[in-house]
Design a protein around this ligand. Structure first.
Ligand code: PLP
Length: 289
């Protein structure tokens, strides 16, 4: 009882947004990710996704990239103290209902993120295991993957690797995807793995949810053949985080996010904003655009 009351008052204190005399309560999402100046992926994709879902997006930027659809020009990592200060400033005044983690550049960044999330009992943590830029170029320094596996994965509700990332993370390219994910669940203590089917072939894009309790669920949608898929992984993972922040079950959050990303890919192809490999277009499912 005591616990319930203090949780409620904590939530009221932290997640109440006051604008003039109007008081509103939003679910708050924290996105820990890199900035993509071309607007398609990273923090930019997460903010747009949160906005469409009706959640409030706070951020901790891990790196700044200079890129466009022709390639990655530069990636500068923000220093450890800057990352720590951003996270501290969020947890001082907010109590995020879900956390999305994207690009993490170094083992020391992993250590800071895991320590602060643990200190604040962060919940509903969704990790998009970003290892490289869509436009080409590696994002992580040596040792990052090992640190993520040992420090961050055990805290996560879900990780969302694509097939190449699953092979790197599980260290097994000869196993079928479900067996590779089951192996990861055993050795890294991650609870749930959503294997994205974007890199596979066929008329449908099938994502596979492998869970700690042994269940395996499939989420299938018609495949949209489009070069405009920049930001797909970021958008899907932040949409799942939004669903969890809104109180959905994991299965329900993935189901809704899968519809959301399929629609965002279709719209990205219809309303192109740049040449070559353009971004997906996050928008309200009820709106035409
Ligand atoms: N985060 C940043 C900062 C990026 O620039 C990218 C891709 O370029 C990603 C994440 C991953 O993007 P995607 O969602 O297309 O996998």
């Amino acid at each position: 009882m005591q616990l319930n009351r203090s949780r409620k008052s904590r939530r009221q204190k932290h997640n109440t947004i006051r604008v003039g005399s109007f008081i509103s309560e939003y679910p708050v999402v924290l996105s820990i990710a890199g900035s993509d100046n071309s607007g398609g992926a990273g923090i930019q994709a997460d903010i747009k996704t949160c906005q469409v879902y009706g959640t409030f997006c706070t951020t901790a930027i891990t790196a700044i990239t200079a890129q466009n659809s022709k390639g990655l020009r530069m990636a500068d990592y923000v220093g450890d103290s800057m990352l720590e200060s951003q996270l501290d400033s969020i947890f001082e005044c907010f109590s995020p209902d879900a956390v999305k983690i994207g690009m993490v550049p170094s083992a020391s960044a992993v250590e800071i993120i895991s320590r602060i999330l643990r200190q604040h009992n962060a919940r509903n943590i969704v990790i998009d295991t970003v290892l490289s830029a869509t436009a080409g170029g590696c994002f992580n320094r040596d040792g990052t993957v090992k640190a993520m596996t040992t420090l961050l994965f055990p805290m996560a509700t879900l990780i969302t690797p694509n097939l190449p990332e699953l092979h790197i993370l599980s260290g097994k390219s000869d196993l079928n995807p479900a067996d590779a994910a089951t192996r990861m669940i055993k050795f890294s203590e991650v609870r749930n793995v959503l294997i994205k089917g974007g890199h596979s072939e066929g008329d449908t894009c099938n994502d596979l949810l492998v869970m700690k309790d042994g269940r395996i669920l499939e989420f299938n949608r018609k495949r949209i053949n489009s070069p405009d898929t920049h930001g797909t992984g970021c958008t899907l993972s932040s949409a799942i985080a939004c669903g969890l922040a809104l109180g959905m079950t994991l299965e329900c959050a993935i189901e809704k996010a899968k519809t959301f990303i399929t629609d965002a890919i279709a719209r990205g192809h219809r309303f192109r904003v740049t040449e070559l490999y353009g971004p997906v277009h996050q928008s309200d499912l009820r709106r035409k655009r």
